[in-house]
Ligand binder design. Structure first.
Ligand SMILES: C[S@@+](CC[C@H](N)C(=O)[O-])C[C@H]1O[C@@H](n2cnc3c(N)ncnc32)[C@H](O)[C@@H]1O
Length: 247
């Protein structure tokens, strides 16, 4: 790993998560947004540079990182060794069974595939069939005893706009901050340590520090790492300001 930044309750590593995770102490939860399956990478990259927006928001960009397929099993093995609570990983519908198989071969217990509904997802530009209107995230329990969360009998359906007012806009697969905040609120408790091994531009970290969780983030692309540092620092500073005003 080439850089470590400590920003308030967040520790951020620039490096490959397979190498960095091996050096870490166990964490309470892993909430990760890994690269997609190779098929979706190919589909997204075929749209690279095609203008499809009329609202001034950035055009579709290709993905500048490798698909998850090659590293899924070693990553899940490491996650099983380092996680004491929830393991959550975003994926395509096609990827759910692959994640479930990898999780079931580890000490973690596969629980559910939840859905992120995207009411403003990209339309099917060639008109040859339905567009993708949702993504999934798989949940597994890595702790002792029964799994527990904060949301009672709530269904695992999360609806958030991709193009929301808080969108930072630099990362090609940025998650909505409010989606990540809802997940953090449902699955974790104040003071817990959350690891995002595929941090990108740091949205999980922003949601974590805003909710009073501790955060460990890993990202191998220095440009996205720098954006994550800045966004998490801003979130931390705003939180400190509100605490001062409230005091
Ligand atoms: C789907 S994106 C995460 C986007 C993030 N949720 C956000 O809101 O910005 C996945 C990220 O994982 C990074 N990545 C891919 N393989 C990695 C690895 N082995 N170790 C660390 N980071 C990796 C990519 O550079 C990419 O930024």
């Amino acid at each position: 790993m080439s850089r470590i930044e400590q920003i308030g309750a967040a520790t951020l590593y620039l490096g490959n998560c397979l190498e960095v995770m091996a050096t870490l102490e166990p964490v309470d939860h892993i909430i990760g947004d890994p690269p997609y399956e190779a098929s979706l990478h190919a589909a997204k990259n075929s749209l690279r540079g095609r203008k499809h927006r009329n609202d001034g928001v950035a055009e579709l960009r290709g993905l500048d990182f490798d698909p998850i397929d090659e590293i899924r099993e070693p990553f899940v093995r490491l996650a099983g060794a380092k996680c004491r609570g929830w393991f959550i990983a975003f994926c395509t519908a096609e990827g759910v069974a692959r994640w479930a198989d990898a999780i079931n071969a580890s000490p973690m217990k596969y629980k559910r595939a939840c859905v992120w509904v995207k009411p403003d997802g990209t339309p099917q530009l060639n008109g040859q069939g339905p567009a993708q209107g949702a993504e999934n995230f798989v949940c597994a329990w890595a702790g002792n005893g029964h799994a527990s969360w904060n949301a009672g009998g709530k269904r695992g359906v999360y609806t958030h706009l991709v193009n929301n007012p808080e969108r930072h806009g630099e990362h090609p697969t940025e998650k909505p901050r409010r989606l990540m905040s809802e997940i953090v609120a449902d699955f974790t408790k104040p003071g817990d340590v959350i690891l995002d091994p595929f941090m990108g531009s740091g949205t999980t970290g922003v949601a974590a520090v805003m909710a009073g969780r501790r955060f460990v983030g890993i990202e191998m692309n220095e440009r996205y790492f720098d954006i994550a540092c800045k966004r998490i620092e801003d979130a931390q500073r705003q939180g400190d300001m509100f605490a001062e005003v409230a005091a």
